[in-house]
Design a protein around this ligand. Structure first.
Ligand code: Y12
Ligand code: CO
Length: 171
């Protein structure tokens, strides 16, 4: 089932998400619904709070060189923790909760991540480049942070003005 996406400036996006302790059929249903929501919205990453569930769950499905996304490449991460990081990189980020806005943001270039899969099994992943950026973007959602909080004051002001104007023209 496709779920409604919570969009900025909805205050739920500022919530600190809670650790997952039960890895049951309800969690699996949420993960499946998040996947359908992300794919049908042309997204490559989604955190549970973006579909109104304040729990530490995120999914990422990066496209291949041809721009195709495959279910086999789906990463489901629960209770993720960065245990090592190095370097820095800049990437033009977008977010399904902030439609129509893209901005360059600084992130770690490489990281090592500890997380649990949908069955609660601990996993370790080394990530770099776009995957590292996507993980950091989605992990920020778990702590109630959006990428627009990482841009300069001047760009943020410009964004607020344009975003409000776009919202008004839609209503
Ligand atoms: C690098 C940077 C950021 C991420 C986080 C995941 N972000 C997304 O998946 C964003 C997707 C997105 C899709 C949109 O819809 C279309 O393009 C049709 C969109 O909508 C508009 O711009 C109107 C905005 C964002 C991962 C890796
Ligand atoms: Co986002």
């Amino acid at each position: 089932m496709r779920l409604p996406i919570v969009t900025y400036p909805d205050k739920r996006l500022k919530l600190h998400s809670s650790e997952v302790v039960v890895f049951d059929a309800l969690l699996h249903e949420l993960l499946d619904n998040m996947y359908e929501t992300m794919i049908t919205s042309n997204g490559i990453g989604l955190a549970a709070i973006q579909v109104a569930h304040p729990i530490r769950v995120l999914i990422i499905n990066l496209p291949d060189e041809e721009g195709e996304q495959y279910p086999d490449d789906l990463l489901e991460m629960i209770n993720p923790k960065i245990i090592q990081f190095e370097g820095s990189t800049y990437y033009q980020e977008g977010c399904l909760s902030v439609p129509g806005f893209y901005e360059e943001v600084g992130r770690y270039e490489r990281l090592r991540l500890l997380y649990q899969d949908r069955f609660g099994q601990e996993q370790i992943l080394d990530a770099e480049g776009l995957l590292s950026v996507a993980i950091q973007h989605e992990m920020d959602h778990l702590d109630g942070k959006l990428f627009i909080e990482k841009i300069s004051y001047a760009r943020r002001k410009k964004f607020e003005k344009e975003y409000k104007k776009n919202q008004k023209s839609k209503s």
